[in-house]
Design a binder for this molecule. Structure first.
Ligand SMILES: Nc1nc2c(ncn2[C@@H]2O[C@H](COP(=O)(O)OP(=O)(O)OP(=O)(O)O)[C@@H](O)[C@H]2O)c(=O)[nH]1
Length: 589
Protein backbone atom coordinates (compact mmCIF):
# COMPACT_ATOMS: atom_id res chain seq x y z
CA UNK A 1 0.00 0.00 0.00
CA UNK A 2 1.29 3.42 -0.92
CA UNK A 3 2.29 5.49 2.11
CA UNK A 4 0.82 8.96 2.64
CA UNK A 5 2.67 11.90 4.24
CA UNK A 6 1.30 12.90 7.66
CA UNK A 7 0.76 16.47 6.42
CA UNK A 8 -1.56 15.30 3.65
CA UNK A 9 -3.32 12.93 6.01
CA UNK A 10 -4.24 15.86 8.27
CA UNK A 11 -4.72 18.58 5.64
CA UNK A 12 -6.64 16.58 3.00
CA UNK A 13 -9.80 16.04 5.12
CA UNK A 14 -9.95 19.80 5.74
CA UNK A 15 -9.59 20.59 2.05
CA UNK A 16 -12.33 18.07 1.21
CA UNK A 17 -14.53 19.43 4.02
CA UNK A 18 -13.93 22.99 2.80
CA UNK A 19 -14.97 22.10 -0.74
CA UNK A 20 -18.02 20.12 0.37
CA UNK A 21 -19.10 22.85 2.80
CA UNK A 22 -18.56 25.60 0.23
CA UNK A 23 -20.52 23.77 -2.47
CA UNK A 24 -23.28 22.70 -0.05
CA UNK A 25 -23.61 26.17 1.43
CA UNK A 26 -23.69 27.68 -2.03
CA UNK A 27 -26.44 25.37 -3.28
CA UNK A 28 -28.44 25.42 -0.07
CA UNK A 29 -28.27 29.20 0.09
CA UNK A 30 -29.15 29.59 -3.61
CA UNK A 31 -32.16 27.30 -3.33
CA UNK A 32 -33.45 28.46 0.03
CA UNK A 33 -32.51 32.10 -0.04
CA UNK A 34 -35.57 33.20 -2.01
CA UNK A 35 -37.92 31.17 0.24
CA UNK A 36 -36.31 32.57 3.34
CA UNK A 37 -36.35 36.08 1.87
CA UNK A 38 -40.09 35.76 1.24
CA UNK A 39 -40.70 34.42 4.73
CA UNK A 40 -38.59 37.15 6.30
CA UNK A 41 -40.29 39.74 4.06
CA UNK A 42 -43.76 38.55 5.10
CA UNK A 43 -42.71 38.54 8.75
CA UNK A 44 -41.45 42.08 8.37
CA UNK A 45 -44.63 43.18 6.62
CA UNK A 46 -46.81 41.60 9.31
CA UNK A 47 -44.84 43.31 12.00
CA UNK A 48 -45.20 46.72 10.30
CA UNK A 49 -48.81 46.05 9.50
CA UNK A 50 -49.52 45.15 13.16
CA UNK A 51 -48.07 48.45 14.30
CA UNK A 52 -50.19 50.36 11.77
CA UNK A 53 -53.28 48.39 12.71
CA UNK A 54 -52.88 49.27 16.39
CA UNK A 55 -52.12 52.89 15.58
CA UNK A 56 -55.23 53.28 13.43
CA UNK A 57 -57.42 51.54 16.00
CA UNK A 58 -56.06 53.72 18.81
CA UNK A 59 -56.49 56.80 16.68
CA UNK A 60 -60.09 56.09 15.74
CA UNK A 61 -61.29 54.62 19.02
CA UNK A 62 -61.96 57.93 20.87
CA UNK A 63 -64.34 58.92 18.10
CA UNK A 64 -66.82 56.16 18.79
CA UNK A 65 -66.16 56.22 22.54
CA UNK A 66 -67.11 59.87 22.78
CA UNK A 67 -70.25 59.48 20.66
CA UNK A 68 -71.22 56.44 22.71
CA UNK A 69 -70.69 58.28 25.98
CA UNK A 70 -72.65 61.35 24.94
CA UNK A 71 -75.45 59.36 23.37
CA UNK A 72 -75.77 57.36 26.55
CA UNK A 73 -75.81 60.51 28.71
CA UNK A 74 -78.38 62.40 26.63
CA UNK A 75 -80.72 59.52 26.07
CA UNK A 76 -80.84 58.81 29.79
CA UNK A 77 -80.88 62.42 30.92
CA UNK A 78 -82.69 64.37 28.21
CA UNK A 79 -82.81 67.39 30.57
CA UNK A 80 -79.14 67.93 29.84
CA UNK A 81 -80.17 69.17 26.42
CA UNK A 82 -82.33 71.91 27.89
CA UNK A 83 -79.25 74.06 28.46
CA UNK A 84 -76.47 73.48 25.93
CA UNK A 85 -74.02 75.87 27.65
CA UNK A 86 -72.63 73.29 30.14
CA UNK A 87 -72.61 70.82 27.28
CA UNK A 88 -70.12 73.15 25.60
CA UNK A 89 -67.81 72.73 28.62
CA UNK A 90 -68.28 68.95 28.61
CA UNK A 91 -67.44 68.69 24.92
CA UNK A 92 -64.46 70.99 25.30
CA UNK A 93 -63.05 68.76 28.03
CA UNK A 94 -63.73 65.62 26.02
CA UNK A 95 -61.81 67.01 23.04
CA UNK A 96 -58.89 68.36 25.01
CA UNK A 97 -56.76 65.14 24.99
CA UNK A 98 -57.19 64.74 21.24
CA UNK A 99 -55.69 67.29 18.90
CA UNK A 100 -57.37 65.83 15.86
CA UNK A 101 -60.87 65.68 17.32
CA UNK A 102 -62.20 68.52 15.16
CA UNK A 103 -65.81 68.50 16.37
CA UNK A 104 -67.69 67.02 19.27
CA UNK A 105 -71.18 68.29 18.76
CA UNK A 106 -74.83 67.88 19.48
CA UNK A 107 -77.80 69.30 17.58
CA UNK A 108 -81.28 69.26 19.07
CA UNK A 109 -84.55 68.66 17.25
CA UNK A 110 -85.39 72.32 17.72
CA UNK A 111 -82.25 73.36 15.80
CA UNK A 112 -79.84 74.31 18.60
CA UNK A 113 -76.28 73.34 18.13
CA UNK A 114 -73.16 73.35 20.30
CA UNK A 115 -69.73 71.94 19.67
CA UNK A 116 -66.16 71.82 20.74
CA UNK A 117 -64.42 73.02 17.57
CA UNK A 118 -60.75 72.39 17.03
CA UNK A 119 -58.50 73.50 14.20
CA UNK A 120 -57.53 70.32 12.26
CA UNK A 121 -54.02 71.58 11.61
CA UNK A 122 -53.07 74.26 14.11
CA UNK A 123 -52.94 72.80 17.52
CA UNK A 124 -54.17 74.86 20.45
CA UNK A 125 -56.92 76.61 18.49
CA UNK A 126 -59.69 75.02 20.48
CA UNK A 127 -62.99 76.93 20.82
CA UNK A 128 -66.70 76.61 21.23
CA UNK A 129 -69.17 76.93 18.35
CA UNK A 130 -72.84 77.49 19.07
CA UNK A 131 -75.89 78.81 17.24
CA UNK A 132 -78.14 79.82 20.08
CA UNK A 133 -76.19 82.35 22.16
CA UNK A 134 -76.91 85.74 20.66
CA UNK A 135 -79.39 84.83 17.98
CA UNK A 136 -81.18 81.53 17.31
CA UNK A 137 -79.85 79.44 14.44
CA UNK A 138 -76.88 81.78 13.96
CA UNK A 139 -73.49 80.17 14.26
CA UNK A 140 -70.86 82.00 16.26
CA UNK A 141 -67.42 81.14 17.56
CA UNK A 142 -66.54 81.58 21.24
CA UNK A 143 -63.54 81.38 23.48
CA UNK A 144 -63.74 78.61 26.04
CA UNK A 145 -64.39 79.83 29.57
CA UNK A 146 -63.58 77.33 32.36
CA UNK A 147 -66.28 78.90 34.58
CA UNK A 148 -69.04 79.84 32.18
CA UNK A 149 -67.98 77.43 29.44
CA UNK A 150 -68.97 79.77 26.66
CA UNK A 151 -66.73 82.80 26.86
CA UNK A 152 -66.45 85.88 24.71
CA UNK A 153 -67.20 85.75 21.05
CA UNK A 154 -64.27 85.39 18.69
CA UNK A 155 -64.61 88.48 16.58
CA UNK A 156 -62.49 87.25 13.72
CA UNK A 157 -64.79 84.25 13.18
CA UNK A 158 -67.55 84.71 10.64
CA UNK A 159 -71.12 84.61 11.92
CA UNK A 160 -73.57 82.81 9.69
CA UNK A 161 -76.98 81.32 9.68
CA UNK A 162 -76.80 77.69 10.68
CA UNK A 163 -79.47 75.04 11.02
CA UNK A 164 -77.78 71.76 11.90
CA UNK A 165 -80.85 69.79 10.93
CA UNK A 166 -80.00 70.47 7.30
CA UNK A 167 -76.41 69.23 7.65
CA UNK A 168 -75.35 65.77 6.41
CA UNK A 169 -74.27 64.54 9.86
CA UNK A 170 -77.79 65.18 11.16
CA UNK A 171 -79.68 64.04 8.11
CA UNK A 172 -77.61 60.83 7.74
CA UNK A 173 -78.08 59.86 11.40
CA UNK A 174 -81.82 60.45 11.19
CA UNK A 175 -82.04 58.65 7.90
CA UNK A 176 -80.04 55.62 9.05
CA UNK A 177 -81.59 55.85 12.51
CA UNK A 178 -78.43 54.42 14.08
CA UNK A 179 -74.78 55.21 14.59
CA UNK A 180 -73.62 56.38 11.17
CA UNK A 181 -70.27 57.12 9.62
CA UNK A 182 -69.98 60.11 7.40
CA UNK A 183 -68.16 59.87 4.11
CA UNK A 184 -64.49 60.74 4.33
CA UNK A 185 -64.18 64.32 3.17
CA UNK A 186 -61.61 67.07 2.91
CA UNK A 187 -61.72 69.84 5.46
CA UNK A 188 -62.29 72.92 3.44
CA UNK A 189 -59.41 75.26 3.80
CA UNK A 190 -57.20 72.60 5.39
CA UNK A 191 -54.94 70.02 3.74
CA UNK A 192 -56.48 67.06 5.48
CA UNK A 193 -59.25 64.59 5.23
CA UNK A 194 -61.75 64.05 7.98
CA UNK A 195 -64.46 61.62 8.99
CA UNK A 196 -67.41 61.88 11.34
CA UNK A 197 -69.60 59.58 13.40
CA UNK A 198 -73.12 60.63 14.35
CA UNK A 199 -76.06 59.05 16.13
CA UNK A 200 -79.67 60.02 16.71
CA UNK A 201 -80.63 60.67 20.37
CA UNK A 202 -83.81 59.17 21.63
CA UNK A 203 -85.09 59.43 25.16
CA UNK A 204 -86.24 56.35 27.04
CA UNK A 205 -89.70 56.72 25.57
CA UNK A 206 -88.29 56.72 22.05
CA UNK A 207 -88.75 60.41 21.38
CA UNK A 208 -86.13 61.89 19.07
CA UNK A 209 -84.15 64.52 20.92
CA UNK A 210 -81.45 65.39 18.38
CA UNK A 211 -78.16 64.08 17.01
CA UNK A 212 -74.78 63.84 18.70
CA UNK A 213 -71.64 63.55 16.63
CA UNK A 214 -67.84 63.67 16.53
CA UNK A 215 -65.45 64.19 13.67
CA UNK A 216 -61.74 63.76 13.41
CA UNK A 217 -59.02 64.98 11.02
CA UNK A 218 -57.10 62.12 9.46
CA UNK A 219 -53.88 64.01 8.72
CA UNK A 220 -52.14 62.33 11.69
CA UNK A 221 -52.54 58.94 10.03
CA UNK A 222 -50.93 60.22 6.85
CA UNK A 223 -48.06 61.70 8.84
CA UNK A 224 -47.72 58.48 10.78
CA UNK A 225 -47.37 56.37 7.62
CA UNK A 226 -44.89 58.89 6.27
CA UNK A 227 -42.85 58.72 9.47
CA UNK A 228 -42.46 54.95 9.40
CA UNK A 229 -38.91 53.97 8.52
CA UNK A 230 -39.37 51.33 5.89
CA UNK A 231 -36.92 49.45 3.71
CA UNK A 232 -35.95 51.35 0.62
CA UNK A 233 -38.55 51.29 -2.18
CA UNK A 234 -41.37 50.14 0.11
CA UNK A 235 -44.90 51.66 0.14
CA UNK A 236 -47.76 51.67 2.62
CA UNK A 237 -51.26 52.88 2.10
CA UNK A 238 -54.44 53.15 4.10
CA UNK A 239 -57.52 53.13 1.88
CA UNK A 240 -61.20 52.52 1.87
CA UNK A 241 -62.49 49.30 0.40
CA UNK A 242 -63.04 51.00 -2.97
CA UNK A 243 -59.40 52.08 -3.11
CA UNK A 244 -59.97 55.73 -2.08
CA UNK A 245 -56.83 56.71 -0.20
CA UNK A 246 -56.87 57.78 3.44
CA UNK A 247 -53.11 57.97 3.98
CA UNK A 248 -49.89 56.87 2.30
CA UNK A 249 -46.23 56.62 3.16
CA UNK A 250 -45.69 58.69 0.03
CA UNK A 251 -46.96 61.91 1.55
CA UNK A 252 -48.65 62.72 -1.75
CA UNK A 253 -52.02 64.45 -2.13
CA UNK A 254 -55.11 62.61 -1.00
CA UNK A 255 -57.69 64.78 -2.77
CA UNK A 256 -57.72 67.20 -5.64
CA UNK A 257 -59.78 70.26 -6.36
CA UNK A 258 -60.30 70.92 -10.01
CA UNK A 259 -62.53 73.77 -11.09
CA UNK A 260 -64.22 73.90 -7.71
CA UNK A 261 -64.83 70.13 -7.68
CA UNK A 262 -63.04 68.19 -5.01
CA UNK A 263 -62.34 64.52 -5.64
CA UNK A 264 -60.53 61.94 -3.53
CA UNK A 265 -57.39 60.31 -4.89
CA UNK A 266 -57.96 56.63 -5.54
CA UNK A 267 -55.20 54.01 -5.77
CA UNK A 268 -56.21 53.27 -9.33
CA UNK A 269 -55.50 56.85 -10.38
CA UNK A 270 -52.41 57.32 -8.24
CA UNK A 271 -49.40 58.84 -10.07
CA UNK A 272 -47.13 56.28 -8.43
CA UNK A 273 -47.23 53.21 -10.64
CA UNK A 274 -46.65 50.77 -7.77
CA UNK A 275 -49.65 52.08 -5.83
CA UNK A 276 -51.67 52.26 -9.00
CA UNK A 277 -51.02 48.57 -9.79
CA UNK A 278 -51.69 47.67 -6.17
CA UNK A 279 -55.31 48.76 -6.69
CA UNK A 280 -55.82 45.69 -8.86
CA UNK A 281 -55.39 43.37 -5.86
CA UNK A 282 -57.27 44.66 -2.84
CA UNK A 283 -58.30 41.30 -1.49
CA UNK A 284 -56.82 40.67 1.94
CA UNK A 285 -53.78 38.36 2.02
CA UNK A 286 -50.34 38.11 0.46
CA UNK A 287 -49.76 38.90 -3.21
CA UNK A 288 -46.86 39.20 -5.60
CA UNK A 289 -46.72 42.34 -7.71
CA UNK A 290 -44.47 42.93 -10.68
CA UNK A 291 -43.88 46.55 -11.56
CA UNK A 292 -41.58 47.09 -14.54
CA UNK A 293 -39.63 43.91 -13.72
CA UNK A 294 -39.36 44.72 -10.05
CA UNK A 295 -40.97 42.09 -7.79
CA UNK A 296 -42.92 43.31 -4.77
CA UNK A 297 -44.22 41.38 -1.80
CA UNK A 298 -47.67 42.86 -1.29
CA UNK A 299 -49.80 42.35 1.77
CA UNK A 300 -53.35 43.63 2.33
CA UNK A 301 -55.11 43.55 5.68
CA UNK A 302 -58.55 44.83 6.64
CA UNK A 303 -59.06 47.09 9.67
CA UNK A 304 -62.52 46.79 11.15
CA UNK A 305 -63.52 49.91 13.02
CA UNK A 306 -66.53 50.11 15.29
CA UNK A 307 -69.92 50.31 13.71
CA UNK A 308 -69.18 48.47 10.53
CA UNK A 309 -66.47 50.65 9.06
CA UNK A 310 -63.78 48.73 7.21
CA UNK A 311 -60.52 50.11 5.88
CA UNK A 312 -57.57 48.45 4.21
CA UNK A 313 -53.86 48.56 5.03
CA UNK A 314 -51.58 47.77 2.07
CA UNK A 315 -47.82 47.21 2.36
CA UNK A 316 -45.50 46.70 -0.61
CA UNK A 317 -41.85 45.69 -0.18
CA UNK A 318 -39.35 45.00 -3.00
CA UNK A 319 -38.56 41.26 -2.84
CA UNK A 320 -34.94 41.97 -3.76
CA UNK A 321 -34.35 43.78 -0.49
CA UNK A 322 -34.43 40.79 1.86
CA UNK A 323 -32.89 38.60 -0.80
CA UNK A 324 -29.88 40.89 -1.05
CA UNK A 325 -29.53 41.09 2.74
CA UNK A 326 -29.72 37.32 3.03
CA UNK A 327 -27.33 36.92 0.12
CA UNK A 328 -24.84 39.18 1.90
CA UNK A 329 -25.21 37.23 5.15
CA UNK A 330 -24.89 33.93 3.33
CA UNK A 331 -21.84 35.16 1.46
CA UNK A 332 -20.22 36.26 4.71
CA UNK A 333 -21.11 32.95 6.33
CA UNK A 334 -19.60 31.02 3.42
CA UNK A 335 -16.46 33.15 3.50
CA UNK A 336 -16.11 32.82 7.27
CA UNK A 337 -16.67 29.05 7.04
CA UNK A 338 -14.07 28.73 4.28
CA UNK A 339 -11.63 30.92 6.20
CA UNK A 340 -12.16 28.80 9.32
CA UNK A 341 -11.52 25.58 7.41
CA UNK A 342 -8.48 27.14 5.76
CA UNK A 343 -7.10 28.21 9.13
CA UNK A 344 -7.81 24.76 10.55
CA UNK A 345 -6.08 23.21 7.51
CA UNK A 346 -3.05 25.44 8.03
CA UNK A 347 -3.05 24.60 11.69
CA UNK A 348 -3.23 20.91 10.77
CA UNK A 349 -0.33 21.40 8.39
CA UNK A 350 1.71 23.05 11.16
CA UNK A 351 0.86 20.24 13.56
CA UNK A 352 1.85 17.69 10.89
CA UNK A 353 5.13 19.54 10.40
CA UNK A 354 5.64 19.69 14.16
CA UNK A 355 5.00 15.95 14.51
CA UNK A 356 6.63 14.95 11.21
CA UNK A 357 9.93 16.84 11.58
CA UNK A 358 11.33 14.84 14.54
CA UNK A 359 10.00 11.61 12.99
CA UNK A 360 11.82 12.51 9.77
CA UNK A 361 14.97 13.15 11.80
CA UNK A 362 14.57 9.79 13.54
CA UNK A 363 14.14 8.15 10.16
CA UNK A 364 17.29 9.81 8.79
CA UNK A 365 19.29 8.73 11.81
CA UNK A 366 17.91 5.19 11.59
CA UNK A 367 18.82 4.97 7.88
CA UNK A 368 22.32 6.33 8.46
CA UNK A 369 24.93 3.56 8.29
CA UNK A 370 26.70 5.08 11.26
CA UNK A 371 24.96 3.93 14.42
CA UNK A 372 26.30 6.93 16.37
CA UNK A 373 23.94 9.22 14.46
CA UNK A 374 21.10 7.63 16.48
CA UNK A 375 23.08 7.86 19.72
CA UNK A 376 23.79 11.53 19.02
CA UNK A 377 20.10 12.44 18.60
CA UNK A 378 19.23 15.33 20.95
CA UNK A 379 17.20 14.54 24.03
CA UNK A 380 14.39 15.42 24.26
CA UNK A 381 13.94 15.23 20.50
CA UNK A 382 10.45 16.75 20.58
CA UNK A 383 7.84 18.07 23.00
CA UNK A 384 5.55 15.20 22.00
CA UNK A 385 5.75 12.42 24.57
CA UNK A 386 5.16 9.54 22.15
CA UNK A 387 7.89 10.70 19.77
CA UNK A 388 10.29 11.14 22.68
CA UNK A 389 9.62 7.65 23.93
CA UNK A 390 10.15 6.33 20.36
CA UNK A 391 13.44 8.25 20.16
CA UNK A 392 14.45 6.99 23.59
CA UNK A 393 13.69 3.41 22.54
CA UNK A 394 15.70 3.81 19.35
CA UNK A 395 18.63 5.30 21.27
CA UNK A 396 18.74 2.49 23.81
CA UNK A 397 18.46 -0.03 20.95
CA UNK A 398 21.42 1.72 19.26
CA UNK A 399 23.39 1.64 22.54
CA UNK A 400 22.73 -2.10 22.93
CA UNK A 401 23.68 -2.73 19.32
CA UNK A 402 26.84 -0.68 19.78
CA UNK A 403 27.86 -2.82 22.79
CA UNK A 404 27.05 -6.03 20.92
CA UNK A 405 29.08 -4.88 17.94
CA UNK A 406 32.04 -3.97 20.11
CA UNK A 407 31.93 -7.38 21.83
CA UNK A 408 31.63 -9.01 18.45
CA UNK A 409 34.60 -7.10 17.07
CA UNK A 410 36.68 -8.08 20.11
CA UNK A 411 35.70 -11.73 19.72
CA UNK A 412 36.42 -11.65 15.99
CA UNK A 413 39.88 -10.10 16.65
CA UNK A 414 40.63 -12.78 19.23
CA UNK A 415 39.40 -15.53 16.96
CA UNK A 416 41.33 -14.11 14.02
CA UNK A 417 44.51 -14.02 16.08
CA UNK A 418 44.04 -17.67 17.12
CA UNK A 419 43.32 -18.68 13.54
CA UNK A 420 46.37 -16.75 12.33
CA UNK A 421 48.58 -18.67 14.79
CA UNK A 422 47.05 -21.95 13.78
CA UNK A 423 47.45 -21.01 10.16
CA UNK A 424 51.12 -20.08 10.65
CA UNK A 425 51.73 -23.32 12.45
CA UNK A 426 49.98 -25.31 9.71
CA UNK A 427 51.95 -23.48 7.06
CA UNK A 428 55.21 -24.14 8.89
CA UNK A 429 54.29 -27.79 9.29
CA UNK A 430 53.46 -28.09 5.65
CA UNK A 431 56.90 -26.72 4.70
CA UNK A 432 59.00 -28.53 7.28
CA UNK A 433 60.18 -32.11 7.45
CA UNK A 434 58.97 -33.56 10.68
CA UNK A 435 62.00 -35.76 11.34
CA UNK A 436 64.88 -33.40 10.63
CA UNK A 437 63.08 -30.08 11.06
CA UNK A 438 64.61 -29.03 7.74
CA UNK A 439 62.57 -27.68 4.82
CA UNK A 440 60.76 -30.51 3.09
CA UNK A 441 60.46 -30.62 -0.70
CA UNK A 442 57.49 -28.12 -0.71
CA UNK A 443 59.41 -25.79 1.65
CA UNK A 444 62.53 -26.08 -0.50
CA UNK A 445 60.51 -25.18 -3.61
CA UNK A 446 59.14 -22.08 -1.96
CA UNK A 447 62.38 -20.75 -0.41
CA UNK A 448 64.49 -21.76 -3.39
CA UNK A 449 62.30 -19.76 -5.79
CA UNK A 450 62.38 -16.75 -3.47
CA UNK A 451 66.17 -16.97 -2.98
CA UNK A 452 66.82 -17.57 -6.68
CA UNK A 453 64.62 -14.56 -7.64
CA UNK A 454 66.34 -12.42 -5.03
CA UNK A 455 69.85 -13.55 -6.15
CA UNK A 456 69.03 -12.91 -9.79
CA UNK A 457 67.60 -9.52 -8.93
CA UNK A 458 70.74 -8.58 -6.98
CA UNK A 459 73.08 -10.31 -9.48
CA UNK A 460 74.35 -12.77 -6.91
CA UNK A 461 75.81 -16.22 -7.50
CA UNK A 462 73.88 -19.23 -6.35
CA UNK A 463 75.10 -22.81 -5.79
CA UNK A 464 72.78 -25.77 -5.36
CA UNK A 465 74.05 -29.09 -3.97
CA UNK A 466 71.97 -32.29 -4.13
CA UNK A 467 73.45 -34.93 -1.81
CA UNK A 468 72.51 -38.47 -0.92
CA UNK A 469 73.67 -40.85 1.83
CA UNK A 470 75.55 -43.75 0.39
CA UNK A 471 74.11 -47.23 1.12
CA UNK A 472 71.68 -45.93 3.70
CA UNK A 473 69.53 -48.98 3.26
CA UNK A 474 72.16 -51.04 5.02
CA UNK A 475 71.78 -48.98 8.21
CA UNK A 476 68.08 -49.56 8.16
CA UNK A 477 68.56 -53.15 7.47
CA UNK A 478 71.21 -53.64 10.07
CA UNK A 479 69.99 -51.43 12.94
CA UNK A 480 66.35 -50.91 12.19
CA UNK A 481 64.29 -47.98 11.03
CA UNK A 482 64.56 -46.05 14.25
CA UNK A 483 68.31 -46.07 14.01
CA UNK A 484 67.95 -45.04 10.38
CA UNK A 485 65.87 -42.04 11.57
CA UNK A 486 68.56 -41.10 14.08
CA UNK A 487 71.15 -41.31 11.33
CA UNK A 488 69.04 -39.02 9.15
CA UNK A 489 68.73 -36.55 12.03
CA UNK A 490 72.52 -36.60 12.56
CA UNK A 491 73.12 -35.99 8.86
CA UNK A 492 70.68 -33.07 8.91
CA UNK A 493 72.48 -31.53 11.90
CA UNK A 494 75.87 -31.89 10.19
CA UNK A 495 74.57 -30.23 7.03
CA UNK A 496 72.97 -27.44 9.00
CA UNK A 497 76.13 -26.80 10.97
CA UNK A 498 78.00 -26.11 7.74
CA UNK A 499 75.66 -23.48 6.31
CA UNK A 500 74.93 -19.86 7.19
CA UNK A 501 71.68 -19.79 9.07
CA UNK A 502 70.36 -16.53 7.66
CA UNK A 503 71.16 -16.90 3.98
CA UNK A 504 71.78 -20.54 3.01
CA UNK A 505 69.12 -23.24 2.67
CA UNK A 506 69.21 -26.80 3.96
CA UNK A 507 66.35 -29.11 2.95
CA UNK A 508 65.48 -32.76 3.02
CA UNK A 509 64.62 -33.44 -0.59
CA UNK A 510 63.25 -36.91 0.15
CA UNK A 511 64.29 -40.19 1.82
CA UNK A 512 68.03 -39.91 2.43
CA UNK A 513 68.46 -37.10 -0.15
CA UNK A 514 69.24 -33.51 0.98
CA UNK A 515 69.65 -30.15 -0.78
CA UNK A 516 72.04 -27.37 0.17
CA UNK A 517 71.77 -23.88 -1.38
CA UNK A 518 74.51 -21.32 -0.95
CA UNK A 519 73.85 -17.71 -1.91
CA UNK A 520 76.58 -15.36 -3.10
CA UNK A 521 79.24 -17.98 -2.27
CA UNK A 522 82.22 -18.90 -4.40
CA UNK A 523 82.48 -22.54 -5.59
CA UNK A 524 85.73 -22.93 -3.66
CA UNK A 525 84.01 -21.93 -0.49
CA UNK A 526 81.21 -24.38 -1.23
CA UNK A 527 83.71 -27.08 -1.82
CA UNK A 528 85.38 -26.28 1.49
CA UNK A 529 82.03 -26.61 3.26
CA UNK A 530 81.22 -29.91 1.54
CA UNK A 531 84.59 -31.28 2.41
CA UNK A 532 84.14 -30.20 5.99
CA UNK A 533 80.82 -32.08 5.98
CA UNK A 534 82.51 -35.19 4.63
CA UNK A 535 85.28 -34.80 7.23
CA UNK A 536 82.76 -34.55 10.01
CA UNK A 537 81.15 -37.88 8.86
CA UNK A 538 84.58 -39.51 8.83
CA UNK A 539 85.29 -38.66 12.40
CA UNK A 540 81.70 -38.85 13.73
CA UNK A 541 79.50 -41.97 13.50
CA UNK A 542 75.86 -41.12 12.81
CA UNK A 543 74.45 -44.06 14.79
CA UNK A 544 75.84 -47.13 16.67
CA UNK A 545 79.48 -46.25 15.72
CA UNK A 546 78.35 -46.40 12.15
CA UNK A 547 80.08 -43.95 9.82
CA UNK A 548 78.56 -42.87 6.57
CA UNK A 549 79.61 -41.15 3.36
CA UNK A 550 77.62 -38.97 1.03
CA UNK A 551 77.68 -38.28 -2.70
CA UNK A 552 77.30 -34.67 -3.89
CA UNK A 553 76.09 -33.15 -7.21
CA UNK A 554 76.98 -29.48 -7.36
CA UNK A 555 75.52 -26.86 -9.77
CA UNK A 556 76.82 -23.32 -9.74
CA UNK A 557 74.93 -20.48 -11.40
CA UNK A 558 76.66 -17.18 -12.19
CA UNK A 559 75.37 -13.79 -11.16
CA UNK A 560 73.74 -13.14 -14.53
CA UNK A 561 72.38 -16.65 -15.06
CA UNK A 562 68.65 -16.93 -15.74
CA UNK A 563 68.38 -20.56 -14.66
CA UNK A 564 65.23 -21.80 -12.96
CA UNK A 565 64.95 -23.72 -9.67
CA UNK A 566 63.73 -26.77 -11.52
CA UNK A 567 66.68 -26.68 -13.93
CA UNK A 568 69.07 -26.22 -11.04
CA UNK A 569 67.75 -29.34 -9.30
CA UNK A 570 67.68 -31.36 -12.53
CA UNK A 571 71.30 -30.48 -13.26
CA UNK A 572 72.35 -31.20 -9.68
CA UNK A 573 70.54 -34.53 -9.86
CA UNK A 574 72.52 -35.47 -12.92
CA UNK A 575 75.77 -34.58 -11.13
CA UNK A 576 74.71 -36.65 -8.14
CA UNK A 577 73.92 -39.52 -10.41
CA UNK A 578 77.44 -39.20 -11.80
CA UNK A 579 78.88 -39.17 -8.30
CA UNK A 580 76.94 -42.29 -7.37
CA UNK A 581 77.90 -44.10 -10.55
CA UNK A 582 81.56 -43.27 -10.23
CA UNK A 583 81.90 -45.08 -6.89
CA UNK A 584 80.06 -42.79 -4.38
CA UNK A 585 81.60 -40.56 -1.63
CA UNK A 586 82.36 -38.06 -4.34
CA UNK A 587 81.66 -34.42 -5.19
CA UNK A 588 80.79 -33.85 -8.82
CA UNK A 589 80.70 -30.22 -9.92
N1 LIG B 1 65.01 -45.19 8.64
C1 LIG B 1 64.68 -44.60 7.51
N2 LIG B 1 64.99 -45.07 6.34
C2 LIG B 1 64.66 -44.44 5.19
C3 LIG B 1 63.92 -43.25 5.26
N3 LIG B 1 63.71 -42.83 3.98
C4 LIG B 1 64.30 -43.73 3.18
N4 LIG B 1 64.87 -44.72 3.91
C5 LIG B 1 65.58 -45.86 3.42
O1 LIG B 1 66.69 -45.50 2.70
C6 LIG B 1 67.06 -46.56 1.88
C7 LIG B 1 67.48 -46.12 0.52
O2 LIG B 1 67.98 -47.17 -0.17
P1 LIG B 1 68.42 -47.11 -1.59
O3 LIG B 1 67.58 -46.29 -2.43
O4 LIG B 1 68.62 -48.46 -2.08
O5 LIG B 1 69.84 -46.43 -1.57
P2 LIG B 1 71.15 -46.81 -0.73
O6 LIG B 1 70.96 -47.95 0.04
O7 LIG B 1 71.51 -45.53 0.10
O8 LIG B 1 72.16 -46.94 -1.83
P3 LIG B 1 72.79 -45.91 -2.79
O9 LIG B 1 72.08 -44.67 -2.67
O10 LIG B 1 72.73 -46.43 -4.08
O11 LIG B 1 74.13 -45.63 -2.26
C8 LIG B 1 65.87 -47.50 1.86
O12 LIG B 1 66.15 -48.66 2.60
C9 LIG B 1 64.80 -46.72 2.54
O13 LIG B 1 63.93 -47.55 3.25
C10 LIG B 1 63.56 -42.72 6.52
O14 LIG B 1 62.95 -41.72 6.67
N5 LIG B 1 63.98 -43.46 7.64
Amino acid sequence: MKSVPLRWLIVTPFIVLTLISGITLYFVSTITISNIANTVGIQYIKEVEGRIYDRVQNFMEPLSNIVDTNLHAFSHRPALLDDLTPIAGRFYEQATPYNQMTFISTATVDGRYVSSAQDPINRGKHNIAANFVHQPLTMEGFEYDPVNFIGPKILSDATFSYDPRTRPFYLDAIKENKMTWSAIHPYYGYPTLGIGLSAPIYDQKGTLLGVTATSIALRELDKYLESLELVEGAYIFLAEENGALIATSEGGELYRTTEGLTTRVNLNSHPNKVLQLASGQLATGTHQLNVDGQEYLYFVRAISLNYGKKWLIGILIPSAYHKSILAEYTQSTILITLALFLCTGLMGSLIAWYIGKPIHRLNEAANNKNITSIQQLPHPLSNIREINSLSQGLRSMADNLFDIMQNLEKKVAERTSVLQGENDSLLENSLTDELTQLYNRRGLKQVLEQSLGKAQQHHQKITLVLCDIDHFKQINDEYGHTAGDLALTAVAANLKNHTRLAEDIVARYGGEEFVLVFINTEVTQVMQRLNSIRDHFKSNPVVHHQHITMSFGVVHANADSAISAKELIEQADKKLYEAKNSGRDKIVV
